[in-house]
Every structure is written in structure tokens, then in C-alpha cells.
Design a protein. Structure first.
Lengths: 245, 212
């Protein structure tokens, strides 16, 4: 059974329209959401996390409409926003302890091993951690309750390439080893190239492509998802220019 | 049901512990400051009204500072988004914030005032502290405007106006006002009783705002 299923999912926010989006995510699958700023990546993740209510169509996470039963979804999923917030005066350990109170199934030993894997000094004040360590800490806080689904909003954005690769390869390993479904959004870049199984390309709220990334690369004869995105968007603009002419 | 209560107790402990940990110095400063007029009253003074006024101002200050810090700061630094992304409903979160605030305000007020061994004064202080802190927090929860915490302060200005004169043409209102000013204990009991009602209503409003 799939973890996420959306059907004709749409939302209107002022003049911006997202959708219709049809997608599915199976356990152990990594779905990349790709698109430039304003494409609707964060909006789609917010819909899946229950922060926003669908305008039309349906969204189901673990078979549950997330906006109606947020807590049930959140107990089984982890979410990382594009700008994670912390209590900066806390130590990393205190911050994770605070988060742990909200999850009955919090796994302390799992968190300790993640802190070691990511080489984070848990006794340091959060404000004193580097940007990449803060992102790793946010990721650990989203993983402490051993979720079956991870929703990550641009986790690699603004990180140096080494850290970015470390985070993405960790996520790939995690999805394989623990059969976790992962949704990662990213601005147009090659962040997702080596990581995702399936790609959803968005441009100005519209779905440009939704397909297995290997299949798409084969179809276009290109090795970079970014190149495919640019070519597809150019084709659409060209067609619309011709249509208007 | 038991699981739900267990989870809520954990949430309450987490929020209260976090607030105490962040505002412990503010709590200590206001509590110690409140000891000054209390000690003055205990030792006997020729200006007891000044000492009582100072104590009242400090109670007002505690209610305002804790309420503003407790929720408005979460909003300003973006950590309200963090709390709302956790598996906790907005209703439960706001109730936990109110309970955490009450724990801070009641400790601040009761620790020094209890030394006076005056049950009547203790009742008045608790009534004032609970109602004021509830109003301050309610305004910051409902409105994200930076002036929201100050709005209840405006109502306190009423106390400085010659209300009796204004109410002369309205005998019923004047009678109510006179009853209120001559029955402070009943007013304090009413304030204690109405505070949880305001807190629960505020939590409902916040829940509706979040689901809109």
C-alpha cells in the first residue's frame, strides 16, 4: 500500500494555483519535487503535512487526509521545513529532549547514534552550531520517532556541496535500509540527480513531469534532471508563444 | 483516553519546563523585586499605600512580561511554526501555554505575598494576577499584531479615570460599579473563575484561526 496518494489535488492561494497533482509514494521510495522558486514545492509539502487544506481533489497520507487528522499523520511522519527553527539558547541535546516529549515512540538510542553519525556535539548551544550542523540537527529531530515517511523542504539548500552530498546519501541509505518513503523538494539543481527514484517537476504550480527519473532521463537522452526540466519548460513556452501568435 | 491524558501531561510538562528554563531569570528578578514592598509592609511603614501600589505594579509587570514572552516571542522568532509542526493540536498547545503562564505568575505572586499571612490580600493578588495574565496572553494568541499585548493595558487606564462621575447619569451602571469597588473579594473570586473560561475560549479561537 502506498504511503501518499493524491488525486487531482489543487489549491488556490491568491493568484497562484497549484495542480492538479496526481502522485503516489511507496515505502522505500524517494520522490523528488523539483522546480524554481514559486513553483509550488513548499505548498505541496504543506498540503501533505496538513498545514493547508486542499482546494479540490484529495490528499491521503497513510490513507488519512492530513489536514483533518494532523496528529495521526505527524506521529508517523517527519517534517523538515525550508527554514528550520530552534530554541537557540538550548543545547542540541536539550532541544532534542524537548522535541522527544511530543512523540510517545521517541527512540533515544537511535537519536544518539544519529548524533554520532552526523558528528554533532550534543552539548553545544544550538546558536553555536554551524549552518550545516543545524540542518543535521533538524533532520535528527524529524527522525527521532522512527517515522515511516519524511517530508523534506529543500534540505540541501544553501549547504556546502560536501554536506549536501552527505545528507542526500544518508537519506538514500535510510530509505533503502528502513523502507522509509521520502519526499525531497529542491530548486532546479542537480541535488536530486543521484538520489531520487521518481521526480515531480513543477513550474508555476503546473506539473511538467511526473515519472521515474531513470525513465525520464532515457526518454530525453539527458543525464541531468535540471537539463530535462529546462528543455521541457522551454518547449512549453515555445508552444504557448506559437499558440498566442 | 488514558493515553491521550498521558500525552497531554507530557506536552504540558515539556512546555512548562521550556518556559521556566527560558524565563527563569525574569521570574527570579520579579519575585525578588516583589519581596521589597512586602518586606516594607512587614516591617511597618508610614506609607503602606505606596508599598501596596508598588506590589500591585509588580504583579501587573509579571503578568505582562510573562504573557508577552510566552507566546509573542514564539511568534516573533518563528518557533511557533516549530511547535505547530509537532504532533500537537493548536487547542492543546494554547492551553499548555496558559497553564505554563499560570505556573510562572502564581509562583511569582504567592511566594512573597504569602509572607504577609493575609488571606484576603492573597486572594486579591491571585485574582488580579490570573485575570491580567489571562487577558495579556489571550490578546497575543488571538492577534499577531505587535501591539496586541498592550491592548489589555488600555483597559487599566479606566481605573485612573473618574468613572463615578461619568456614571452619574446611569444609576444602574453606577450601582454595579459601586458594588464592584466595595466587594473586592467577590470580584477576585469571579476573576479566578473567569480566567480558565477566557483561556479555553482563546484556545478555541486559535484552533479556528489555524484551521481556516
Amino acid at each position: 500500500m502506498e504511503i501518499i496518494r493524491t488525486q487531482s489535488l489543487m489549491i488556490w492561494q491568491g493568484s497562484f494555483t497549484l495542480g492538479p497533482v496526481h502522485l503516489q509514494l511507496a515505502p522505500g521510495e524517494i520522490l523528488g519535487i523539483m522546480g524554481p522558486k514559486g513553483a509550488g514545492k513548499t505548498t505541496l509539502l504543506k498540503l501533505l503535512w496538513g498545514f493547508a487544506r486542499p482546494g479540490s481533489g484529495t490528499a491521503a497520507v497513510f490513507g488519512i487526509p492530513p489536514h483533518l487528522r494532523q496528529i495521526d499523520v505527524r506521529l508517523r511522519a517527519g517534517y523538515l521545513s525550508d527554514a528550520p527553527r530552534f530554541y537557540r539558547w538550548m543545547t542540541a541535546r536539550d532541544f532534542l529532549k524537548f522535541i522527544s516529549h511530543f512523540y510517545p515512540n521517541w527512540d533515544e538510542s537511535h537519536v544518539d547514534s544519529l548524533l554520532t553519525d552526523f558528528d554533532i556535539d550534543a552539548d553545544r548551544i544550538v546558536d553555536g552550531l554551524s549552518k550545516s550542523d543545524k540542518m543535521k540537527l533538524a533532520l535528527i529531530s524529524a527522525l527521532g520517532h522512527r517515522p515511516l515517511l519524511l517530508l523534506l523542504d529543500e534540505p540541501a539548500s544553501g549547504q556546502d556541496p560536501v554536506v549536501c552530498r552527505e545528507i542526500l546519501s544518508f537519506l538514500k541509505q535510510l530509505s533503502r535500509d528502513e523502507n522509509i518513503g521520502i519526499v525531497i523538494s529542491s530548486a532546479v539543481s542537480d541535488d536530486l540527480d543521484r538520489t531520487v527514484d521518481t521526480i515531480l517537476m513543477l513550474n508555476r504550480g503546473r506539473v511538467v513531469h511526473y515519472a521515474p527519473s531513470a525513465e525520464l532521463k532515457k526518454q530525453y537522452g539527458l543525464s541531468s534532471l535540471e537539463d530535462i526540466f529546462v528543455e521541457s519548460v522551454e518547449k512549453v513556452s515555445e508552444a504557448s508563444r506559437r499558440h498566442n501568435a | 483516553m488514558l493515553n491521550l491524558l498521558k500525552r497531554y501531561r507530557k506536552l504540558l510538562v515539556a512546555i512548562t519546563r521550556r518556559d521556566w528554563s527560558e524565563y527563569r531569570y525574569a521570574i527570579a528578578i520579579v519575585t525578588v523585586a516583589l519581596f521589597v514592598p512586602i518586606a516594607t509592609l512587614l516591617n511597618g511603614t508610614d506609607r503602606p499605600d505606596f508599598a501596596r501600589g508598588l506590589a500591585g505594579s509588580l504583579v501587573l509587570c509579571a503578568a505582562f512580561v510573562y504573557a508577552q514572552s510566552s507566546f509573542a516571542n514564539e511568534r516573533l522568532r518563528g518557533t511557533l511554526g516549530l511547535l505547530l509542526s509537532l504532533p500537537v493540536g493548536p487547542f492543546e498547545l494554547v492551553l499548555a501555554k496558559f497553564l505554563s503562564l499560570y505556573s510562572m505568575v502564581l509562583v511569582t505572586v504567592n511566594v512573597p505575598v504569602i509572607l504577609l499571612r493575609d488571606a484576603h490580600l492573597l486572594l486579591l493578588a491571585n485574582g488580579a494576577a490570573l485575570l491580567l495574565s489571562t487577558l495579556f496572553l489571550a490578546s497575543t494568541v488571538i492577534s499577531s499584531s505587535p501591539v496586541a499585548p498592550q491592548i489589555p493595558l488600555l483597559f487599566l487606564i479606566v481605573a485612573t479615570l473618574p468613572v463615578k462621575e461619568y456614571l452619574q447619569p446611569h444609576p444602574t451602571a453606577l450601582a454595579i460599579f459601586q458594588w464592584l469597588t466595595t466587594h473586592p473579594s467577590q470580584v477576585a473570586v469571579a476573576a479566578i473563575a473567569i480566567s480558565p473560561v477566557i483561556a479555553i475560549s482563546t484556545a478555541f479561537v486559535f484552533k479556528r484561526q489555524q484551521s481556516a
